[in-house]
Design a protein around this ligand. Structure first.
Ligand SMILES: [Zn+2]
Length: 304
């Protein structure tokens, strides 16, 4: 990687030959009393070190700076040589250069993202508004947790969620006397009545993670994705300090991952909300009115 400062920003060169063809560049130079004028570039190579321009050095470096001198020449030197020769000034100038180059890099990322915000918003709206999409799924998940609060169905789902287990657990009464005695024998202190009941899985639910906090559709689609995209849209790259440019460029780079997360969470919710998937939960219900309410809820899920 070779980054060169230009009048308007930064540019990247593809090969070292392009550096060598710059008009004042010297691959072998004795600066004598020449002063450091400015840093004009930075380079970093995997595996192919570049020899230091100083005639007294010529050490090969994997990374270093291109600097302009008061004698009109441009040379490349490593960090150590630069410090030895130009002292504090070199440190200050290289830090400024790195900040500038990073800032330009961040701005480019943010500008590119600004060109994509419309497309990202459209993709989100499509996922939100489609029949059976995120708005529909979110509303029906909310209905489930509010309308069935304090019912056997929600108690069961809350347990499954807490244990992160897809099994619908039900109690079954044993009728075989020998089986009950065996349970008492292996569990000393257990009463006959207690030994009569076993808790076991009566099936599984797909898409249980739809209930997990990290898959909350409102949070992912609105509070994260939409808000983050709007922030990129409203961000003024010319007015912001380096630290905010850095934060916003990371936010821009992460949008595709966030959209992917939205898509995944929606698919999990759709899988969870299939009536055939939730039907098995009726086995935990003992009250007739709750059963009727739940059947109605499953019917509502049929229409999108
Ligand atoms: Zn050197």
């Amino acid at each position: 990687m070779i980054v060169i400062r230009t009048d308007t920003g930064i540019t990247k060169l593809k090969s070292w030959e392009e550096v060598e063809s710059r008009p004042n560049y010297m691959s072998n130079h004795t600066p004598n009393d020449a002063k450091l004028l400015s840093i004009s570039g930075y380079y970093k190579f995997e595996g192919k070190p570049i020899s230091c321009s100083l005639s007294s050095c010529h050490t090969a470096h994997g990374k270093g700076y291109l600097v302009r001198l008061s004698d009109g020449k441009e040379i490349n030197i490593g960090h150590k040589c630069g410090k030895d020769l130009f002292e504090v000034e070199f440190e200050t100038m290289t830090k400024d250069f790195r900040d500038f180059a990073n800032g330009e890099e961040y701005k480019a990322v943010i500008l590119q993202a600004k060109g994509l915000t419309r497309q990202w918003m459209d993709a989100l709206d499509t996922m939100l508004d489609a029949p059976g999409g995120a708005k529909w799924a979110n509303a029906h998940l909310r209905t489930l947790t509010t309308r069935f609060a304090n019912t056997a169905v929600m108690k069961s789902l809350t347990d499954m969620k807490r244990n992160r287990s897809p099994h619908i657990m039900v109690n079954r009464k044993l009728t075989n006397k020998w089986e009950i005695e065996q349970r008492q024998a292996t569990n000393p202190g257990m009463t006959w009545e207690e030994a009569c009941w076993v808790r076991e899985s009566s099936g599984t639910i797909n898409g249980l993670p739809a209930l997990y906090l990290e898959n909350d559709l409102q949070e992912l689609f609105i509070k994260q994705a939409k808000r983050n995209i709007e922030e990129i849209d409203n961000f003024d790259i010319l007015k912001m300090p380096l630290s905010q440019l850095r934060t916003m460029s990371k936010q821009a780079n992460d949008i595709p991952i966030l959209l992917e997360r939205c898509e995944q969470a929606l698919q999990i919710a759709i899988q969870f909300l299939r009536p055939a998937n939730l039907r098995g939960l009726r086995r935990v219900i003992s009250k007739p009115d709750e059963n009727e309410q739940f059947i109605n809820y499953l019917k509502e899920l049929e229409s999108k």
